[in-house]
Design a protein around this ligand. Structure first.
Ligand code: COI
Length: 356
């Protein structure tokens, strides 16, 4: 398809940060993508412009009612200088699914991918190549109509910004400590838990900050009804290896359908490792631990990749998993996934999309 995309290049390129000081989401590239929506024209005026602050009316609905959705995906530079995206179609599909839940008009997924590729080509010098780094991509939509009526906006903006990143956690790829949250809940079926929308994250910050005071990287959420079934970790889906079998909570309407989660399930099936998506109670986890069968635990996410869980603090107990070190399966999954993403391993499952 032939999309017409206006491109305005910056006259002043920024200085790039050193690869070992990237952290997560602190630096932004020279350009951004933006497109507008109104009821008469639908989505229109797709354009790439110099990265810049945006000007919004203080009454814009996004500030008051949180009508907004976002995505997170990554681009990589291979040793032979190819630029690769990891399963980008899945992210634009999920963006539209989140938008449907938030009553935001859907975007053309092909146009979004085309625009993203153009943006990456223009800012390709920003894709870091050091091991453990990548270009994090943040597409998002905000409601811009200046109106204090609590109703769906008539105007929106869709933007994509790019950020060179290192690891998400201060721990890097070392195991993290997680607190099992029993006071607050993240989502319930029928709510917005399956959508990638700001409110889910805003609602999780109190618990996360309380947990951080005690040295925990994130919290593990239990379901909002029975307060006993495992859902997900702050910014990750979660997996457990129990007695040789890999378990992850089934998608139940309140859990995010993670792209890395889905990829790990595909990899495990490809390797013929037994895997189950189902309800997992916190009691089952304790029982497996007490019987010496809780072999590994790890989180999965675009930002976090595969993050081994070394300790779970749960119902007053401290469960040390795999001696607080990275398990063999977690390490193999991390090495395989990052190897495919960096073009070092064959992409047998057809995940990678070349930018040009
Ligand atoms: C991602 O993994 O890309 C996410 O969107 C999680 C975010 C909280 C960093």
């Amino acid at each position: 398809m032939n999309y017409s995309l206006d491109i305005e290049r910056t006259a002043a390129k920024k200085q790039k940060p050193a690869a070992d000081r990237l952290g997560f989401g602190k630096y932004y590239t020279d350009h951004m993508f933006i497109m507008d929506y109104d009821e008469e024209q639908g989505w229109h005026r797709p354009r790439i412009i110099p990265y810049q602050p945006i000007s919004l009316d203080p009454a814009a609905k996004v500030f008051h009612y949180g009508q907004t959705v976002f995505e997170g995906l990554k681009a990589y530079r291979t040793a032979d200088q190819r630029l690769l995206l990891f399963r980008p179609q899945k992210n634009f599909r999920r963006l539209n699914q989140s938008s449907a839940r938030l009553s935001i008009p859907s975007i053309d997924e092909e146009l979004a991918l085309h625009a993203l590729k153009q943006l990456i080509l223009i800012d390709q010098d920003w894709i870091p190549s050091k091991k453990g780094t990548s270009l994090y991509i943040r597409p998002f939509i905000i409601a811009t109509e200046p109106s204090l009526g609590a109703s769906s906006s008539t105007h929106y903006q869709f933007m994509i910004i790019l950020s060179p990143v290192g690891s998400y956690y201060a721990e890097g790829i070392h195991p993290v400590k997680i607190h099992v949250e029993t006071e607050y809940v993240r989502a319930v079926k029928g709510g917005t838990g399956m959508a990638k929308t700001a409110g889910n994250y805003a609602g999780s910050l109190r618990a996360q900050d309380d947990a951080a005071v005690n040295g925990f990287a994130q919290v593990l959420w239990l379901d909002g009804v029975h307060r006993k079934y495992i859902e997900e970790v702050g910014s990750m889906n979660v997996f457990f290896k129990i007695n040789g079998k890999v378990l992850t909570p089934a998608l139940n309407g309140s859990i995010l359908d993670g792209v890395v989660r889905n990829s790990i399930l595909e990899l495990l099936q490809h390797w013929n490792i037994p895997v189950e998506e189902r309800m997992i109670s916190i009691d089952e986890l304790h029982e497996a631990y007490d019987n010496g069968m809780l072999e590994e635990a790890f989180g999965t996410g675009t930002a976090a990749v595969i993050s081994p869980i070394g300790e779970l603090h749960s119902l007053g107990r401290r469960l040390v998993i795999h001696g607080g070190t990275t398990g063999e399966l977690s390490a193999k999954l991390y090495d395989t996934l990052t190897g495919i993403q960096l073009g070092e391993l064959q992409d047998e499952l057809g995940w990678m999309v070349q930018v040009s």
